[in-house]
Design a protein around this ligand. Sequence first.
Ligand code: PFF
Length: 453
Amino acid sequence: MEKVKREGFSSSLVVFFATLSSAVGLGNIWKFPYIVGQNGGATFILIYLLCVLGVGLPVMLSEFILGRSSKKNVMGAISDVTPRKFFKSVGIFGIIVAFAISCFYTAVAGWVYSYIGKAILGKFRGVDTVQAKEIFDTTTVGPLQPVLWQVVVLIVSSIILIKGVRSGIERVARIGMPILLGLLIACAVRGLFLEGGKDAIGYLFIPSFKDISLVSVVMTALGLAFFKLSLGMGTMMTYASYFPDDNNLLGNAVKVIIGDTIVSLLAGMAIFPSVFTFGGEPGSGPGLLFETIPLIFSKLPGGNVLIIIFFILAGLAATMATISMLEVPIAYLSEERKISRKGAVICTSIVVAVVGLLATLSANPQGLLGQKFIFKMTFFNFFDYISSNILMPIGGLLLAILVGYFMKKERIRHELVEKSGNSVGMMNLYYFILRYITPVLLIIVFLSALNII
Ligand code: PFF
């Protein structure tokens, strides 16, 4: 059969930046701080780190192995391991989850874009709590403003995606990631010199075992780990299909996980000191970023410039993560369905723009769909909740089973030992954890969430 030439990333440094650019996103800057705030600070972070190590790392490595060994999109990669129909559905499942996440993620990314514009126009100068809330409401209620911004996010992402793996994804990650890290460190250092810096450090790093409901905290932490690391839906698998053959998969997974966690903590250090200094509420929910940041920067010397930088940083992170999730259906459509890359990008973006209306118009309680509920949740919360807390962990479980029980061990060995240069002992440890620890942990969490144990 004629082999179609496939694009790929050019070096291991690019691989690191590209995978990190998928992991780092609104999850670090928007979700992590408010979820930590709602779930009691450092104790939650500890549980989150355990989920990342016990579940996130093995699942990420499995996705890397599936992607690189097949050099195919999700469906192709899975069919390469087993012809069983059931696992084919795992591929379809991944593609559906990618759509579900994109629907609400691009809505929030749209708010970030609009905040960049507002910051440049100086709309946040001297705002107080009430005005900051008002600005957030007008940005999110709609219908016009949030929908338009969401479309802008999709257009920007599509332009990058149409350019392809090297000139699009790789170039943006290579330039964007170092800028993003630099800006974030600057914001975190600024935060730590505020009066509330010490309180914030205590809040983020000293666990207090006050009355937390363990099951729900573990579920939330697990969901956040999957969301943060872009796992369980084929994103990392698709990116890994572009990795060069000499990339050290385990080394890259460890670096990405450490890098992503550092970014989340830096985001916490950028946001919480200001929350404590200027009297915000750490557990105030999804509005935390959008309602407190303008308030904080309006009180800081040089805040008018800093706030522009901050939202550009968030916008960059959101865009790079968005392109990684859209790449899942795009790679599938162009490779399995033989649609041109450009056609696949346009189709995917249109579907997200249309279905995404459900999320965008329900994000604010006063929005057009703000009072429509599905399983007692708004569409926005529904997309968010089912994808992170249910679908991605289920996807992770199925992928762990696929690699742990259906892939030939020889193939895993080839990827980890021969190509990556990892030791046989390390491979055996990973294989053991993947077969016996990760699935059991996931099943226990599911069963206890369903009140079965
Ligand atoms: N990891 C991204 C974040 O934390 O913002 C979100 C994400 C990107 C989830 C890509 C899933 C995905 F496929």
